[in-house]
Design a protein around this ligand. Structure first.
Ligand SMILES: Cc1cc2nc3c(=O)[nH]c(=O)nc-3n(C[C@H](O)[C@H](O)[C@H](O)COP(=O)(O)OP(=O)(O)OC[C@H]3O[C@@H](n4cnc5c(N)ncnc54)[C@H](O)[C@@H]3O)c2cc1C
Length: 347
């Protein structure tokens, strides 16, 4: 008998399967290899200080070092490089935003991320930059597409993946186990991202999905080695390629790239970039965002063998390692789930 069937091999399913594997559990991952899953389209950035008011990411001190440790370990295990530090330059848009930043630099807990306390001026021939910029330290980038491909190879090598659409009609649930086709397991955990809104077991959870679009640009003679962030952000990917992201659309009709999304990104980009560029790619995906911006972890109130790890919203790359490990400890050592992430908060 298997210990766990995991549905979905985005960042949530991959990391949950990894920590359960490390804990000695026997798992099977079922994934339909959806080409626009959020984890493949993500820029992969972990940014400790975000938003118009430069607020520290929730649990930054715990989740960011843990993400770094996990992705570095996975680089060694998978024998691939997909994770690197990413300094971030955030442009000021007014004197007020300079003042807000200055206040933050002296606040408790911000020092590790706002070490450089000087206003930085970017080259005026490349960037429109009336008020200067500040540097955020501690940011990183996961090349999520490369990581997911490498982890899929790992699962294949361990015969732990079934590449198909999970069919709910084929799932049988009893009090002690579940059966999917010929596979019997103690529990099944859904890590199905935005597709969870079609999942009949978790319809009571308040998802509030947000579509995101991004562009990949070729910009010659730009030579940026740091991410530049304003209304849009420009992230260096190497070989003169840059990721420009991202839109947030709560009223979408499909998961495909749209003309409106492209125009929004270009308008935000043209507000601060002067250098000519060429569009190389345009992508879109749906984020599994939720009303209270906290992950969904736990078990169905009646079907205690049916669990969920989802709701990673706009920050799956940062949150997934810490909370996959947190859930694994709950599953294997019966430790308590943090009430803020436990889906019992909706029952
Ligand atoms: C444009 C954009 C930029 C982003 N940038 C960042 C960023 O820089 N940093 C950050 O932290 N986050 C970012 N995010 C958010 C991040 O992508 C998400 O938080 C994260 O990817 C969610 O991961 P997930 O594994 O829950 O879902 P997904 O990545 O969507 O994975 C779900 C998986 O389940 C599979 N699946 C679902 N249903 C079934 C079924 N019935 N049968 C078989 N398989 C199934 C899907 O095919 C998919 O592989 C971004 C998102 C977008 C859209």
């Amino acid at each position: 008998m298997l210990d766990f069937i995991i549905v979905g091999q985005g960042i949530a399913g991959s990391l949950l399967s990894w920590f359960l594997h490390k804990a000695g559990k026997k798992n099977l991952v079922v994934d339909n290899h959806h080409l626009s899953n959020a984890s493949r389209v993500a820029s992969g950035v972990t940014n400790p200080v975000t938003g118009r008011r430069f607020v520290k990411t929730w649990m930054a001190e715990e989740i960011l070092p843990f993400a770094k440790e996990t992705y570095t370990e996975l680089e060694q295990v998978l024998n691939e490089t997909f994770f690197q530090p990413l300094p971030i330059l955030r442009l000021f848009d007014s004197i007020k935003s300079q003042n807000d930043w200055s206040t933050r630099t002296s606040q408790q807990g911000y020092t590790p991320f706002l070490q450089n306390q000087t206003v930085i001026n970017l080259p005026k021939e490349k960037v429109k930059n009336d008020f200067g910029a500040f540097e955020i330290t501690g940011g990183t980038r996961l090349d999520s597409e490369k990581f997911l491909a490498a982890y899929r190879n790992f699962l294949q090598a361990h015969q732990q993946i079934m590449e198909e659409q999970f069919c709910f009609e084929e799932l049988e649930i009893t009090a002690s186990h579940v059966q999917y086709k010929e596979h019997v397991a103690k529990k099944i955990i859904f890590c199905d991202g935005a597709q969870a809104i079609q999942n009949p077991y978790f319809k009571f959870l308040p998802f509030q999905l947000a579509k995101g679009e991004c562009l990949i640009l070729q910009i010659e003679d730009f030579s940026a080695d740091k991410m530049i962030s304003s209304e849009a952000f420009v992230m260096p990917m190497g070989n003169d390629l840059y990721y420009v992201g991202s839109t947030h659309d709560w009223h979408f009709h499909n998961d495909q790239p749209s003309e409106e999304g492209k125009q929004e990104l270009l308008a935000n980009l043209d507000a601060f970039i002067k250098t000519p560029y060429k569009i190389v790619n345009h992508r879109a995906a749906i984020r599994p965002t939720v009303q209270d911006r906290r992950p969904f972890i736990g078990f169905h109130p009646e079907h205690t063998a049916v669990g969920i790890f989802n709701g990673l919203g706009t920050k799956g790359i940062s949150l997934a390692p810490y909370f996959a490990n947190h859930f694994t400890q709950h599953l294997t050592q019966n430790t308590a789930l943090l009430p803020e992430v436990d889906i019992k908060r909706f029952s």
